[in-house]
Design a protein around this ligand. Structure first.
Ligand code: ZN
Length: 327
């Protein structure tokens, strides 16, 4: 596999909409998407049920998803308590969001940056206490990194300092998150260079993009140019954005998988099976709009061998394009 698509719809998608998806439908969604070849799914968030009733059943969902062979079961954890629950549930990957905007951090998690870094250190210690064979991966995700709806642009120095602090606190890796849908391709390249300059290339491989203003795939391509290998996406672009009414949520998993496949990059995903998963989600969320171009237009004829395992021979990726991050 060249590129890992991490499905975040069951977490980011569902947390952003009013409807509560029944547990049976969540399980069917996760199973069907794993069967389509998606190898990492963020199934929920360990937050208090009274804050996000849509995700109240995350522990049960982790337990279920862990029964699917080969699936990396990821969860969001807002704090130490959530991390403890995630470890108890035996999640494979924990992501702690840290908003680089302190105002947003206070509004969202009621924590200052100093408190969040201290929390990250406590979580890292808890993760390290887990026997190596079962130890989850611990990611610190820099959110609002392309701009905040309260503070606007965040100074580079602050972003760099927080990335460094998360790694020093014991995170295994750093992620970048365009929480507000403010990113553009040049900003993506600039922030990747900035953060890699502080934490190194190995510690930054994943990016979480929204399609709020239609730049989602362009931003993904910019990340790809910089050698990023993990991209979050949500089926049907589920989620929306409370700050941009009518806007879609994360980049659409189906369209991202199609773009990467068309470029000859291997994702392990069967496009036809992936598009078919929309039926499960649509049926469980009546009235909720699902986005996406591939599902509307259909899969081109030359995609008959949908996983295109041999596509690199047919369409070798241009080494000068993938991996260069100079512009
Ligand atoms: Zn998001």
């Amino acid at each position: 596999m060249d590129i890992l698509i991490s499905e975040v719809g069951p977490r980011d998608g569902l947390q952003s909409i009013q409807s509560i998806m029944p547990m049976a439908a969540k399980k069917a969604w996760i199973a069907a998407e794993a069967a389509a070849g998606v190898t990492e799914i963020e199934v929920g968030s360990f937050v208090p049920a009274k804050l996000l009733p849509q995700l109240a059943d995350t522990a049960e969902l982790v337990a279920y998803a862990k029964t699917i062979p080969g699936l990396t079961v990821a969860v969001l954890v807002p704090n130490l308590k959530g991390a403890a629950a995630a470890i108890a549930a035996r999640a494979d990957k924990l992501t702690l969001p840290l908003s680089v905007s302190e105002t947003h951090s206070l509004a969202n998690l009621r924590r200052t940056h100093t408190q969040m870094i201290a929390e990250a250190a406590e979580i890292a210690a808890m993760v390290r206490a887990v026997p190596a064979a079962q130890r989850p991966k611990f990611e610190g995700s820099l959110s609002t990194v392309f701009g905040c709806t309260i503070e606007g642009a965040i100074p580079d120095g602050q972003v760099a300092r927080l990335a460094e602090a998360l790694m020093a606190a014991g995170c295994d890796e750093i992620g970048l998150s365009d929480t507000t849908g403010y990113a553009d391709p040049l900003a993506v390249k600039r922030v990747i260079r900035l953060v890699r300059g502080v934490v190194g290339n190995e510690a930054l491989t994943g990016i979480h993009l929204h399609n709020t203003r239609g730049l989602g795939l362009a931003n993904a391509l910019a990340g790809l140019d910089c050698g990023m290998t993990t991209f979050d996406a949500s089926l049907g672009g589920l989620g929306g954005c409370p700050f941009a009414p009518g806007a879609s949520g994360n980049i659409v998993t189906e369209d991202l998988a199609f773009m990467l496949s068309a470029m000859g990059l291997r994702t392990g995903i069967d496009l036809a099976k992936l598009v078919a998963v929309r039926t499960i989600v649509a049926a469980a969320l009546p009235g909720e709009h699902l986005y996406g171009f591939l599902s509307e237009a259909g899969i081109p004829l030359d995609f008959a061998n949908s996983t295109r395992a041999d596509s690199l021979e047919k369409h070798p990726a241009d080494e000068n394009d993938v991996g260069s991050c100079e512009h």
